[in-house]
Design a protein around this ligand. Structure first.
Ligand SMILES: *[C@@H]1O[C@H](CO)[C@@H](O)[C@H](O)[C@H]1NC(C)=O
Ligand SMILES: *[C@@H]1O[C@H](CO)[C@@H](O)[C@H](O)[C@H]1NC(C)=O
Ligand SMILES: *[C@@H]1O[C@H](CO)[C@@H](O)[C@H](O)[C@H]1NC(C)=O
Ligand SMILES: *[C@@H]1O[C@H](CO)[C@@H](O)[C@H](O)[C@H]1NC(C)=O
Length: 868
């Protein structure tokens, strides 16, 4: 036991010295060396994802990576695969795990840990036994420690880093697995044999790899590295910058200018950003506003550090530029030494480590080189396009070649085409080629013009991204001409898209419309980004959208600060709480028109299942509370709200009574109110009557169609209308369960001389010829001001036509008459056509769905004023 304990301590000592030995040089692009991260207390445990991790945590909270690894190691399958993209901190996490074991912090029932970087084992072509491999690896372990290891495999942990960089296949089917620890086989066979348990069965494994499907044969717990999300970034910045004020300044700046890019979750990228910010802040220079500017600052910094002359610096960048497209093509995105020479790197070999990742010994032929980040690779490509005519060719050709691979190339070209932005690089490398700049600019102008004329959001957004990188307000104004279709829907944009859209929109002095129709998930972050553009827009369309609480807060604040006059939230599913938040923002806004109607069957076009929302969310304005909120807006005094469409909600009598109070308030400027289908009954009509009679009421249009007002309600409304001074000019009462007595009363109101009504919609009441008769008599009366009358579906027959024609002939005002869905027949057609031809006022007669035969079609068609 003592002996084995000594062996363990020896192993721990070698692990500590072996791993703590700094490896490679620390460069701006390569990330901070793990040892330095750990020793300087900058290690931040990221969150872990993956199916199995969710199983581990019963309460659904994301687990910390360290915890997830430890938990997975104590499970039955003691094989853990750590998956994360390039620069996501895999190596750092592995080294932390192993160092903490060696320091005695955890996993103390393990006696031995073997740590291998598989990328370095690519060159191990020798055949050897497991015993030799172990001894070679931990050279200070005496041979007598090997037997205890072999006897207690459950006390052994193997850690393999860089599995994706291992060039040999580990699938058991391609190896003859070995089971004898003293048998010499190929290294790949050794590793496969360990993985598959023919050697040291029972030992534990932690394997790190970039996302790959190569490991499906391995029974394991997969843990996904989620990288640095916002909280981890904040923690990292705080540890990087010792001064909290500097940390905060840097963090806020990064989140604003870069936080919307996925690659910000990469710890390596965070290190690069912190390093470059620190340099700039120490030199009291401005921090970069865009991704292009970050890359410009990084490259400037790297080149300066090499202290080469202008010509050499340019040659070096050109050599990198030749390598960049080649790396996109090759499978492992890496180049050999021989290839590197062909690009012109000979004299710079000692400096390449600053720009490239070097795997292997620089002097060896097996050494390979690759770019550490795709952004930098594409940036170099864009640079070399401008530096040297002979490398690039035309812009189109370059895009064609990099299609499907490059993500930021067009952005970088745009950023670099601006003289102010590229100046620091030109100072170091010499002038960019003016012809290439011209090529790009003319391509940009013509292709953006074409794209912006099209109705394709994605094509627009691509050019908005480029304009954002160019950071040139005049260029935006030059490109976004009146022919650009900026009113098309930009719904469903990513956060990154929203940033560019906002930039472009805020460069334009006047914004007619911001159309975000069908934004299925308008998040707080996205809304925050768009606040400036929303504030500047006269009209905001968010119909068919769903908004988070945070998004509504930002929308409300944008509108309260801005110039927005119209807001369309049709079929937007706010619910009571969010509606309240919105209303609070509207109280002293310039908003004049709000649409907040809902359809009974929402989501007809939407990908959301209807069940995703509760009933109350679908029918938002259904309580007293929401109407109270709306009332507060209407009576705030500073509100400019004149038009409000809340059709298809559930206002009900209680809600309408609340609104009625507002209508008679002297502060209320509301002129049009649409309450189509809102579960209102006759019970609230006395309140409505009181409001309409109030001297302060300015409501001129009211639509109450599809509510059960009934005879009692209808008669009360007539009382209101009969009062001299009633402001109503348009009244919608279709399908309100009105009766003949109501029609009679309406007729007498219209001819009383008190009514200002110009439009009356009373269709969908089966009152028949006798019922409609009083209305026709009123139309003929000189006091009646009606211009529009809708008696659709009122069971009219040919018997009414004499009165009808007389009314039309007598009226000086009537222009539109709706008679669809009645029972008129061919007999009536000649008279109707004649009266339409004769009438100087009449503009349209609608006769759809009556009982006409084909015989009269020609006659009707000839009269241009009849809609059939
Ligand atoms: C270490 O011990 C714990 C608790 O005794 C156990 O759950 C775990 O499986 C052991 N780990 C290994 C790697 O043997
Ligand atoms: C909406 O966005 C939030 C935050 O990004 C996300 O958590 C949620 O899953 C999204 N919902 C849908 C339906 O896409
Ligand atoms: C009105 O007309 C419809 C369809 O023509 C008919 O079904 C209904 O019975 C009629 N109603 C009355 C009250 O005449
Ligand atoms: C009018 O009649 C047509 C044909 O029968 C029908 O499709 C339509 O729904 C009716 N209109 C109304 C308002 O009911």
């Amino acid at each position: 036991a003592t002996r084995s304990l000594n062996c363990t301590q020896m192993d721990k000592d070698t692990v500590l010295t072996h791993i703590l030995k700094p490896q490679g040089l620390s460069t701006l692009l390569g990330g901070e060396p793990p040892v330095s991260v750990i020793n300087s207390n900058r290690y931040i445990s990221q969150l872990a994802g993956g199916d199995r991790v969710a199983d581990i945590n019963e309460d659904d909270t994301p687990s910390s990576l360290d915890h997830a690894i430890l938990t997975a190691l104590s499970a039955e399958t003691k094989t853990v695969i750590l998956m994360g993209p390039e620069g996501s901190g895999k190596t750092t996490a592995l080294e932390k795990l192993v160092l903490d074991w060696a320091k005695g912090d955890h996993l103390q029932n393990l006696s031995f840990v073997f740590y291998f970087r598989l990328r370095e084992m690519n060159s191990l072509e020798a055949v050897l036994s497991l015993e030799t491999l172990m001894q070679n690896h931990h050279s200070r372990i005496p041979p007598e420690c090997i037997p205890p290891i072999l006897q207690k495999p459950e006390e052994v942990l193997f850690v393999f880093d860089d599995l994706d960089r291992y060039k040999y296949n580990l699938n058991p089917s391609v190896h003859t697995l070995c089971s004898d620890p003293s048998q010499a086989v190929s290294v790949s066979c050794l590793i496969a044999s360990l993985f598959h348990g023919s050697l040291l069965k029972g030992s534990a494994f932690v394997v790190a790899t970039r996302p790959t499907k190569r490991l499906t044969f391995l029974k394991s717990t997969q843990i996904e590295m989620l990288g640095f999300l916002k909280p981890q970034r904040a923690a990292y910045f705080n540890r990087f910058f010792t001064d909290p004020a500097a940390a905060n300044k840097a963090l806020v700046h990064m989140e604003r200018t870069l936080g919307f890019y996925d690659f910000c979750t990469s710890p390596r990228f965070c290190w690069t950003v912190c390093s470059i910010y620190k340099t700039l802040m120490d030199a009291r220079k401005k921090l970069p506003e865009t991704l292009s500017q970050v890359c410009i600052d990084i490259l400037t910094n790297l080149i300066q550090a090499l202290s080469l002359n202008k010509a050499c610096s340019r040659q070096l960048v050109l050599a990198l530029g030749r390598m960049a497209p080649r790396c996109f093509l090759s499978h492992h995105s890496s180049c050999t030494r021989e290839e590197l020479n062909s690009f012109g790197f000979q004299q710079f070999l000692t400096s390449v480590g600053v720009f490239l990742r070097v795997d292997g010994n620089l002097d060896s032929d097996t050494c390979v080189f690759s770019f550490t980040s795709q952004q930098m690779q594409e940036f170099i490509l864009a640079m070399s396009f401008f530096l040297d005519k002979s490398t690039g060719g035309s812009v189109e050709k370059m895009f064609e070649e990099q299609k499907g691979r490059a993500k930021f190339l067009d952005l970088f070209l745009s950023g670099l085409s601006e003289p102010i932005q590229r100046r620091p690089l030109e100072t170091l490398l010499g002038e960019f080629d003016p012809d290439q700049i011209m090529n790009f600019k003319s391509w940009f102008k013509s292709s953006s013009e074409e794209a912006l004329k099209a109705y394709e959001k994605d094509r627009h957004i691509r050019f908005y991204h480029m304009l954002h990188q160019a950071q040139n307000e005049n260029l935006v104004k030059e490109i976004i001409t009146p022919s650009a279709r900026t009113g098309l829907s930009y719904g469903g944009l990513s956060l990154q898209d929203s940033v560019s859209l906002n930039y472009v929109m805020t460069c334009l002095t006047e914004l007619i419309m911001l159309n975000l129709y069908r934004t299925e998930n308008f998040t707080e972050e996205q809304a925050e980004v768009l606040v400036p553009a929303m504030s500047l827009s006269h009209q905001i369309i968010l119909s068919d959208s769903s908004l988070s609480v945070g998004a509504v807060l930002h929308l409300a604040s944008a509108i309260s600060r801005g110039v927005t006059k119209e807001l369309d939230l049709g079929h937007a599913h706010l619910g009571e709480e969010k509606f309240k938040i919105l209303c609070a923002g509207l109280r002293d806004s310039k908003l004049q028109n709000i649409k907040y109607y809902l359809l009974k069957a929402p989501f007809k076009h939407s990908r959301y299942p209807t069940t995703a929302f509760s009933k109350t969310e679908r029918n938002s304005i259904n309580t007293f509370t929401s109407c109270e909120d709306l009332g507060l807006v209407l009576t705030s005094g500073s509100s400019q709200l004149r038009v409000c469409d809340i059709s298809f909600n559930k206002v009900g009598d209680q809600g309408l009574m609340k609104l009625c109070k507002s209508l008679s308030n002297p502060q209320c400027k509301l002129q049009k109110l649409k309450l189509f289908d809102n579960e209102v009954t006759g019970a609230c009509c006395s309140h409505l009557m009181e409001s309409l009679r109030s001297e302060h009421c300015v409501l001129s249009e009211l639509d109450l169609s599809v509510n059960e007002l009934g005879q009692k309600g209808g008669l009360l409304l007539c009382q209101a209308l009969s009062q001299l001074g009633c402001p109503l000019k348009k009244l919608g009462l279709k399908r309100c369960e009105l009766t003949r007595p109501v029609f009679e009363e309406l007729g007498s109101v219209l001819s009383s001389g008190n009514s200002k009504l110009e439009s009356l919609l009373v269709g969908m009441h089966p009152v028949g010829d006798q019922g409609v008769k009083p209305l026709l008599a009123a139309v003929a009366h000189p006091n009646c001001l009606l211009e529009e009358l809708d008696v659709e579906m009122t069971n009219l027959t040919d018997a009414c036509v004499v009165d009808l024609c007389a009314a039309i002939r007598a009226s000086k005002t009537l222009k539109n008459l709706e008679l669809s869905n009645n029972s008129l027949t061919d007999v009536s057609v000649p008279a109707l056509i004649q009266v339409m031809e004769d009438s100087p006022n009449m503009q349209e007669l609608r006769l759809k769905y009556n009982d006409f035969s084909e015989d009269v079609l020609d006659m009707i068609e000839e009269c241009g004023k009849v809609n059939f």
